[in-house]
Design a binder for this molecule. Structure first.
Ligand code: HEM
Ligand code: HEM
Length: 143
């Protein structure tokens, strides 16, 4: 039972991150593409964005715990493990830059763009984790 917590939480967070990316995309259209009359749901983006990143971090630790419990060694899942490590600094940057832009309001272009690019990459990596995670489940946990 406990082994399902990590896959279920991460799958949920990956799906919700698509919505956060969609909200951010509306901001990108306004700031970088100059489209007019666009409403950016700022508070919702921040709240749901924080939710996604906190779940990613929490379930990351749970994944390590379950893997340690199963194999008494870390990194058995190879690509899934390495991608997760690569995601860590990006999550830190996404949360940090988002927090600064939310708390210290200013007219910005570069920081939102860096935040948007880093987080779009993060969502793509999380989708890869969904793919490799299902393979790990099939071949290493159930198999
Ligand atoms: C999966 C998570 C996230 C994704 C995919 C994401 C994506 C984006 C994108 C694409 C933009 C538009 C960037 C641009 O206009 O060039 C944006 C803006 C923004 N994001 Fe996020 N974001 C995420 C998480 C967060 C979090 C956790 C926070 C706050 C702690 C946050 C706060 C903001 C703010 C305040 C802006 C607007 C900045 C401004 O216009 O000055 N985001 N985000
Ligand atoms: C943001 C996405 C994710 C991150 C950051 C992440 C991170 C991790 C980490 C760090 C481990 C330990 C790996 C090791 O030591 O080799 C792990 C294990 C694992 N992950 Fe993920 N993961 C993510 C998404 C997923 C998804 C979506 C699934 C399945 C649908 C999944 C299934 C698994 C499985 C089956 C394990 C092996 C541990 C066990 O026995 O349950 N992961 N994950």
């Amino acid at each position: 039972m406990i082994m399902w917590i990590h896959p279920v939480l991460q799958t949920l967070a990956v799906l919700v991150s698509l919505y956060v990316l969609y909200l951010g995309w509306t901001r990108f259209r306004f700031l970088s593409l100059g489209h007019k009359g666009i409403v950016f749901q700022w508070k919702r983006h921040v709240a749901v964005g924080v939710f996604v990143m906190v779940v990613w971090l929490l379930a990351f630790v749970i994944g390590l715990g379950v893997a340690w419990d199963a194999w008494q060694i870390l990194g058995v899942t190879e690509l899934h493990f390495l991608t997760a490590l690569f995601m860590l600094p990006l999550i830190g940057f996404g949360l940090g830059s988002g927090y600064v832009m939310d708390k210290v309001k200013a007219r910005r272009k570069t920081l939102p763009l860096a935040h948007g690019i880093a987080n779009a990459l993060l969502v793509a990596l999380a989708l890869c984790q969904l793919y490799t995670g299902i393979i790990v489940l099939r071949d290493m946990v159930m198999g």
